[in-house]
Design a protein around this ligand. Structure first.
Ligand SMILES: NC(=O)C[C@H](N)C(=O)O
Length: 473
């Protein structure tokens, strides 16, 4: 109904203005020609008032750069401040400044939503450290660094989907609520309804059946690989690890792929390497300015490194070789490297350095270290499975994968020894009804972003980080 006073007023206000084309800041900045009537909306990044002219910069999240608005000082208003939301209408013209292509000559400026600058935690023209803005998860997306990160994250997400779709994989939505502990590490969040939690301390279940937040979509992907051959998933996964480290989150995104009719770990590694290189090239070409910001202010040592890495073949060493390399430098480690023990972060770092700071695949891990689904290499006293981890500089483990045990007798005896036969009857079924050699991997999306951008803390590469004792927002 337009009868209300506000409605008629709004109509009159619109009627007095020529119809203007609404442009995003990115479109306005990239425009080839001047335009007579343009409307841009966004948030004010800076205001500079001079005697003869008023300068504004507005940003709407579509690009790192803000659009310069030039206005008559008479258009200045009290609540036109840093942080306020505005709508500017006017002429888009070529800018006389070398650093920018276009600018907007304002005819009207409307403050859509004022900003209380005194309590607003971001300050005009300040480069806020990532640790500072982390305290304000509801506002930090208005900061340049987080803005750049979130645009890169969005392009990388699209790049991952394109990579798999272009290569004939079917995308599967694997469930978030699950009854299995794929990794068998016991790092699960158990689900209970709020009523169950209230009614009885014992009934900590999902309508009386055990259920958890997924740690990996792998087992569900294996089901689907048994029908679609090549499948992938990309969604949130959860680990109840009580770790405050700069590499762990309780909720993180994982890209996982599963390939049927695959007999060699080499094939799996090739997909990991191709995925990494294709998505990284996409990000570099789609968001050059955003990536540059990280390599200028956050991790200057990364500048130019990625381009070099994209041209190199990733290295491959076996777990046994890795342990030998580590033993040579045993005195430098807190945890002494031993065959049969997990590689610690300090070991991973050393190995990557030893290999010339390039990504390195470590293959064939001890049988006893790895989960039940990995394929037995049947290789004598140092018993291993066909597993692979991809280690990268600064981050450590980026991807983990394996060939899966597709042979029914092997899998049966392993599950029996672990006392898991009943739980995994359905998984054993997959080996009875048209089983094929297959394998797959998972890549931690936040670790990927940490690595390519050189971000030290994983909490700064996800919009809303969840970690022990913290669930802000
Ligand atoms: N899909 C995978 O191979 C990932 C593996 N299940 C993990 O969670 O590390």
């Amino acid at each position: 109904m337009l009868g209300a006073r506000g409605g008629w007023r709004a109509l009159r206000r619109c009627a007095s203005l020529p119809r203007a084309v609404r442009l995003r800041v990115r479109e306005a900045l990239g425009a080839r020609e001047a335009a007579a009537a343009v409307r841009v909306q966004g948030w004010v990044r800076s205001v500079r008032s001079q005697k003869e002219v008023l300068f504004l910069h507005i940003n709407d999240g579509s690009s790192l750069e803000s659009l310069q608005v030039v206005a008559d000082p008479s258009l200045e208003k009290k609540d036109l401040t840093f942080g306020s939301a505005v709508e500017v209408q006017g002429k888009l013209v070529k800018s006389p400044h070398r650093m920018q292509n276009m600018e907007l000559q304002a005819e009207t400026i409307r403050v859509v939503g004022p900003c209380d600058i005194w309590s607003f935690p971001l300050k005009m023209k300040e480069r806020h450290p990532l640790e500072y803005v982390r305290q304000f998860p509801h506002l930090r997306c208005r900061n340049n660094t987080l803005g750049a990160l979130l645009r890169i994250r969005s392009e990388a997400t699209a790049g991952i989907h394109s990579f798999f779709q272009d290569n004939g994989y079917v995308h599967i939505h694997t469930p978030i609520i699950t009854s299995n502990d794929c990794e068998g590490a016991g790092e699960l969040f158990q689900i209970e309804t709020s009523r169950e939690a209230k009614e009885s301390a014992e009934k900590t279940h999902f309508f009386n059946v055990p259920a958890f937040l997924t740690v990996s979509g792998q087992l569900h992907l294996e089901v689907m690989a048994g029908a679609f051959t090549h499948v992938f998933t990309f969604g949130p996964t959860f680990r109840a690890e009580n770790s405050q480290s700069r590499r762990h989150l309780a909720e993180f995104y994982m890209v996982e792929a599963e390939l049927s009719f695959t007999e060699s770990l080499q094939d799996i590694m090739q997909v990991m390497e191709d995925l990494f290189k294709t998505v990284t090239s996409t990000v570099l070409s789609k968001c050059p300015r955003d990536v540059e910001l990280f390599h200028k202010y956050v991790a200057p040592s990364q500048k130019g490194r990625l381009e070099q890495i994209l041209k190199k073949k990733f290295m491959i060493i076996s777990y046994s070789e890795a342990v030998e390399i580590l033993k040579q430098a045993a005195q430098t480690f807190t945890f002494k490297p031993e065959w049969g023990c997990d590689l610690q972060t300090e070991h991973e770092k050393y190995l990557v350095k030893h290999c010339g700071e390039v990504p390195v695949f470590v293959v064939n891990y001890p049988y006893d270290l790895k989960p039940f689904y990995m394929r037995d290499n049947e290789d004598g006293p140092q018993h291993t499975v066909a597993a692979v981890d991809l280690l990268v500089p600064g981050v450590g483990e980026l991807c983990g994968g394996s060939l899966r045990e597709e042979r029914l007798p092997f899998l049966e005896s392993r599950l029996q020894r672990l006392g898991l036969t009943d739980t995994y009857q359905w998984y054993l079924d997959l080996r009875k009804f048209g089983s094929v050699p297959h394998g797959g991997f998972g890549m931690g999306f936040e670790r990927y972003l940490q690595y390519i951008l050189g971000v030290d803390n994983i909490k700064d590469v996800i919009p809303f980080p969840r970690f022990p004792h913290s669930c802000l927002l």
